[in-house]
Design a protein around this ligand. Structure first.
Ligand code: AMP
Length: 481
């Protein structure tokens, strides 16, 4: 018997079903330590890195503990960045799908009104950045009185970003009778103090990362002159001819400039940085994950916490100015047993940054000669050929779940006094339907969205063309997922 199999933990059928579809078979180390402890209502301080499966480590037991009937939020997850908030929301959504867990993410630059509307409906889990969570608390649009689980994710990063005071203000408003979990890659004094002040005899666990940096990554350093930097990059990309590559710059401006340059040279590329609209950032990340384009030009925004599998090549076009950033950036490659390559450009006057990085990672990054023009000429045909065809699109992780679930749009909402019970009433009277086949119901002003589970979407869609809801026939269509 495999003791790490999810079946051996105290988890309900609905969760086991989502985990099976997500192809999570066994717990990772951090999950093995955290799941039973949370199920047992214990506080925990967990030192572990992204990539260890830590999101699911808290999402799984929290979904298990949630009381579906309760309409007020029962779990609050604080994250330092919007990207991480959205990712955590998606993970909760995937894991809690068959239990019909409702998750709302709140973060800066997102529409406050939309969040406010979402929060008015049944919400089990709220994931948010500290500033926006506080905004909601101050305006009375988020209630914390039913919170039973509080998670502080990437606590050290909250500290680095100056959010700790805000985090404390939030913690003070969460009911004391709760389970508190704190995740952090490092445990500086301030984080220890925080845990002592706000947690109840937490268990401290450290999930050893095998190594700070995967041994599957080849590191290369090229010395470049500022004036030849762009050309050197072009030569390197031709010589490497990677299937997928992130190019990191230190500033938004540098990302913008390099993106324009690469676009003008017909690279299949996109950019991402903190100055862009949230919607654009989300789209770019999603497209990159699926492989719609090969080159992503990014600031460090894209380096933290984001789970992109299998990037062949990372190029530090600008050498990172802090040592941790090197590790985070190159952590995008060499994942899940795959090999990867990390190339760093450095001007001579930037040597101090290199020394810092090398001391931190504990080895010297091998210096190499840039590919010469001869070599580039030889390789250009292969490069152009690859650039002219689109890569094979990767499967979206949630896709297995989506196939069993269809989202329907009903052209009637709060304005015509539609309530979730009206929908449940109609749907459960359809032949072959039970309450368990109905997923999340989201009643908006003039629309209602309802998820139909277990492959019954088409059947319900057909039936609703001729079945009245709340006394009238409604316009029902398949919503874009
Ligand atoms: P995280 O550390 O939360 O960023 O997770 C890293 C990656 O591991 C994510 O892509 C998860 O979907 C995946 N993952 C988490 N738990 C498991 C598991 N038990 N089995 C397989 N993959 C997992």
């Amino acid at each position: 018997m495999d003791t790490n199999a999810f079946e051996n933990y105290q988890l309900g059928e609905e969760l086991l079903k989502s985990l099976a579809i997500l192809k999570f078979k066994k717990t990772t180390k951090v999950q093995h330590a955290v799941i039973p402890s949370v199920l047992d209502n214990k506080d925990m301080v967990v030192k572990s890195q992204t990539g260890s499966g830590k999101t699911a480590a808290f999402a799984i037991p929290i979904c298990e503990k949630i009381d579906w009937e309760e309409n007020r939020p029962q779990a609050l997850v604080l994250t330092p960045t919007r990207e991480l908030a959205m990712q955590v929301k998606q993970d909760f959504f995937n894991i809690g799908r068959f239990k019909r867990i409702k998750v709302v993410a709140v973060y800066g630059k997102h529409s406050f009104t939309t969040e406010q509307k979402d929060l008015k409906q049944k919400t089990h889990v709220v994931v948010g950045t500290p500033g926006r969570v506080l905004d909601h608390l101050e305006r009375g649009t988020l209630m914390l009185d039913a919170i039973t689980h509080l998670v502080i994710d990437e606590a050290d990063e909250m500290l680095n970003m100056g959010f700790i005071e805000q985090v404390e203000k939030i913690i003070e408003r969460v009911p004391r009778n709760r389970v508190t979990l704190l995740f952090s890659a490092t445990l500086p004094d301030d984080i220890e103090k925080l845990s002592k002040k706000y947690m109840k005899e937490p268990a401290y666990i450290t999930i050893q990362q095998e190594e700070k940096i995967s041994s599957k990554i080849e590191h290369v350093l090229y010395e470049v002159n500022d004036k030849d930097k762009e050309q050197s990059l072009i030569n390197v990309t031709i010589a490497e001819n990677a299937d997928s590559c992130i190019i990191f710059c230190n500033t938004k401006q540098a990302v913008d400039d390099l993106f324009e340059k690469m676009k003008s040279l017909n690279y299949t590329c996109e950019k991402i940085h903190g100055g862009m609209e949230q919607e654009d950032r989300t789209r770019v990340m999603a497209d990159f994950k699926r492989g719609y384009f090969r080159y992503l030009i990014a600031t460090d925004v894209a380096a933290r916490g984001i789970d992109i599998e299998n990037i062949a090549l990372v190029i530090n076009y600008d050498i990172p100015q802090n040592k941790e950033s090197y590790v985070h950036r190159i952590g995008r490659t060499g994942r899940a047993g795959k090999t990867g390559k990390a190339i760093t450009f450095m001007a001579l006057y930037e040597e101090k940054f290199l020394m810092d990085i090398e001391e931190y990672i504990g080895f010297k990054i091998p210096h190499k000669e840039l590919p010469d023009n001869e070599k580039v000429k030889e390789l250009i045909a292969a490069f152009e050929e690859k650039m002219s065809v689109r890569a094979k699109l990767k499967e979206d992780k949630g896709i297995g779940l989506g196939q069993e679930i269809m989202k329907l749009h009903i052209a009637s909402g709060k304005k015509s006094k539609m309530r979730p019970v009206d929908i449940v009433g109609t749907l459960s009277n359809l032949e072959g339907m039970t309450a368990n086949d109905i997923g999340i119901i989201n009643v908006q002003d003039v629309s209602t969205f309802v998820e139909i589970l277990n492959n019954k979407g088409n059947m319900v869609f057909e039936a609703l063309q001729t079945t009245p809801i709340k006394g009238r026939l409604r316009r029902v269509s398949k919503a874009n997922q």
